[in-house]
Design a protein around this ligand. Structure first.
Ligand SMILES: Nc1ncnc2c1ncn2[C@@H]1O[C@H](COP(=O)(O)OP(=O)(O)OP(=O)(O)O)[C@@H](O)[C@H]1O
Length: 253
C-alpha cells in the first residue's frame, strides 16, 4: 500500500497540491483521474520522488519516502515498475534487450537467469518468441505489452502507469487494461494508473481518486462512481451523452 498523507506542493505562487491525503491499495488497480492541469502528474511525481513535497508524507508500506536518504530511496525505486506514456522503448534494442535492461542495470543475475526471467515476462504478456524483433517491427499494442513486460521484469511491488491507453484503439485498450488488472491481482501489486480513459474507470477502477483543484475531491470504486451525486465527478466522468446512457443503464441494474 502507498499512503499519501497531507501532501502540499507549490511551484512559485501556484499551489498545485492542497493537503492531499489518499491510499493506493495493494493488489488493486488504483486510478488517478481528473481534468487537465489539476495536479495528477504532480501527485504521481511526488510519489516517486521526481518532485520533493513541501510538506506531508508518502508511505510505501509504512516507509516514509520523504524522510529517506538517497540510498534508501534507491531501494524503493527498484521495487517500482514504470509504464510510461508512449511506451518509451529503446529503438536500437530488441524486444528481449528492452525487457532485460532493468535486470542488467539493477541486479546481479547471471545471463541464464536473466534470459529465463525475460522469457517468463514475455510469455506473461503473450509475446513469447518475439525476443529478436525491434520495437519498430511491433504494433502500438505490442509495444505497450513489451513495456509492461519490462515494467514487471524486476518483480515490482508497485506499478505506475501513465496513460497506458493513449494512442491505442478501443479493443487494444481493453486488452491492455485487462493485462494490467490481471498482473496486479496475480502478483498483488499496488498499481497506480493515471488515465483519461473513462472506459478504464468503469472496467478496472478498483479505487478511483478524482483530483480536482489540487485536492482529493472524491474517492471510491467503479460501482460507487455510478451512484455518486458528487456534481464535479458526474460532470467529468459522464460528460458525453454516451457515458450518461451507460450510467443510467448501470444504475437500473
Ligand atoms: N515542473 C513544474 N514547474 C512549475 N509548474 C508545474 C510543474 N509541473 C506542473 N506544474 C503545474 O502544475 C499544475 C498541474 O499540472 P499537472 O501536470 O499535474 O496536471 P495534470 O492533472 O497531470 O494534467 P494533464 O491531464 O494535462 O496531464 C499545472 O498548473 C502545471 O502548470
Amino acid at each position: 500500500m502507498i499512503e499519501v498523507v497531507h501532501v502540499n506542493k507549490t511551484f512559485g505562487d501556484n499551489q498545485v497540491l492542497k493537503d492531499v491525503s489518499t491510499n493506493f491499495e495493494k493488489g488493486k488497480v488504483n486510478l488517478i483521474i481528473g481534468q487537465s492541469g489539476q495536479g495528477k502528474s504532480v501527485l504521481a511525481k511526488c510519489i516517486v520522488g521526481l518532485h520533493e513535497v513541501d510538506s506531508g508524507q508518502i508511505l510505501y508500506d509504512g516507509r516514509d519516502f520523504t524522510k529517506l536518504d538517497r540510498l534508501q530511496r534507491k531501494e524503493i525505486r527498484q521495487e517500482i515498475g514504470m509504464l510510461f506514456q508512449g511506451s518509451a522503448l529503446f529503438d536500437s534494442m530488441t524486444v528481449e534487450q528492452n525487457v532485460m535492461f532493468p535486470l542488467t542495470m539493477f541486479t546481479k543475475m547471471s545471463r541464464k537467469e536473466m534470459q529465463e526471467r525475460v522469457d517468463f515476462c514475455l510469455e506473461r504478456v503473450n509475446l513469447a518468441g518475439r525476443n529478436k524483433l525491434f520495437p519498430a517491427e511491433c504494433s502500438g499494442g505490442m509495444q505497450k505489452r513489451i513495456a509492461i513486460a519490462r515494467a514487471i521484469s524486476m518483480n515490482p511491488k508497485y506499478l505506475f502507469c501513465d496513460e497506458p491507453n493513449s494512442g491505442l484503439d478501443p479493443q487494444t485498450s481493453i486488452l491492455i487494461d485487462n493485462l494490467i488488472r490481471e498482473i496486479t491481482y496475480e502478483y498483488e501489486i499496488t498499481t497506480i494508473v493515471i488515465t483519461h480513459d473513462m472506459n478504464s474507470v468503469i472496467e478496472i477502477g478498483d479505487n478511483v481518486i478524482f483530483i480536482n483543484k489540487g485536492q482529493n475531491w472524491w474517492q471510491g470504486d467503479r460501482k460507487s462512481i455510478i451512484t455518486t451525486d458528487n456534481k464535479e465527478i458526474n460532470d467529468f466522468v459522464f460528460a458525453s451523452e454516451f457515458m450518461k446512457e451507460i450510467k443510467e443503464t448501470m444504475r437500473k441494474h
